[in-house]
Design a protein around this ligand. Structure first.
Ligand code: SF4
Length: 270
């Protein structure tokens, strides 16, 4: 791994690329090195089919993927299809969704979504962006997650981690997700979009945190124009690492087989 365990003082702040070509080169190098750091990057929501991924993504608003993953086994055991979920009693849904927070609004959202899937799309999750965004409560971010991970259609997922890191890397200056998506799309071939999203989000969750990025333990520090924004001391930075990088369980109860960390605990055990 290039630049692994970059020591705090040894790394110079990378210059912000001035030209578009320079920026493209730097961005693609970051993507390549992130691929070495996280060869197992994947969506962190547990799902078995497009319907489960769509519902899990809607539920992940204002909470962690872990909490969603701990909640969805009971939900999908009882309501495995749009038809079954559309016929659910709101109170029964609320009870199951309580651990995810905002459970009344989320129960209404998944109910409305299931009714729309049943009535307008024959009980199937559509595989086109223009159809997905017509579903109630589904925006571009959710649509891109479903397209990229359930249908193999390349998509950039601009969540809070992706937006923050794209700005730290100098790929965009925008706070607006659609503009971030456009700016980043201009730097990478389409075929990279989905995996790039996973790698950047993995890095944001494990090392490049919002409040205190672990710069002193960051394997891509030598490429980063924002190096120095966070903890520079290697020992202190190491203590900030999360999930498998910090020796702790991940977010998925059923992670892919190549995931090097431990699975997340079920709800009762957490
Ligand atoms: S942790 Fe620091 S050096 Fe690493 S990507 Fe984030 S801001 Fe850059």
């Amino acid at each position: 791994m290039t630049g692994a365990a970059a020591g705090g003082a040894a790394v110079k702040k990378a210059k912000v690329a001035q030209t578009h070509t320079g920026l493209v080169r730097q961005a693609r190098r970051i993507n390549r090195e992130l691929a070495e750091v996280y060869p197992y990057a994947h969506p962190e929501l547990d799902f078995e089919n497009p319907f489960e991924l769509l519902i899990a993504t809607v539920l992940s608003a204002q909470t962690t993927d872990l909490r969603v993953n701990q909640t969805t086994p009971a939900l999908f055991a009882q309501y495995p299809t749009p038809e079954a979920m559309a016929a659910a009693q709101p109170e029964a849904l609320e009870e199951i969704l309580r651990p995810t927070g905002f459970f009344r609004a989320k129960a209404r959202a998944v109910l409305g979504l299931s009714v729309a899937l049943r009535d307008d799309f024959g009980g199937e999750v559509p595989g086109r962006l223009e159809d997905l965004v017509k579903l109630p409560g589904v925006g571009r971010k959710t649509a891109n997650v479903v397209l990229g991970n359930a249908y193999g259609v390349p998509g950039i997922t601009v969540d809070t981690h992706f937006g923050r890191l794209a700005r730290r890397f100098g790929w965009t200056t925008s706070q607006e997700p659609e503009k971030v998506e456009q700016d980043v799309a201009a730097l990478f071939p389409k075929s990279e979009w989905t995996m790039l999203s996973h790698r950047v989000i993995f890095h944001g969750r494990r090392i490049c945190h919002a409040r205190k990025p672990a710069c002193g333990a960051c394997p891509i520090a030598h490429l980063c124009p924002s190096y120095g924004e966070g903890e520079m001391d290697p020992e202190k930075a190491k203590k900030l690492l999360k999930y498998e990088k910090g020796g702790a369980p991940g977010q998925r109860l059923k992670p892919p087989p190549d995931y090097p960390g431990q699975p997340a605990p079920p709800l009762a055990a957490s």
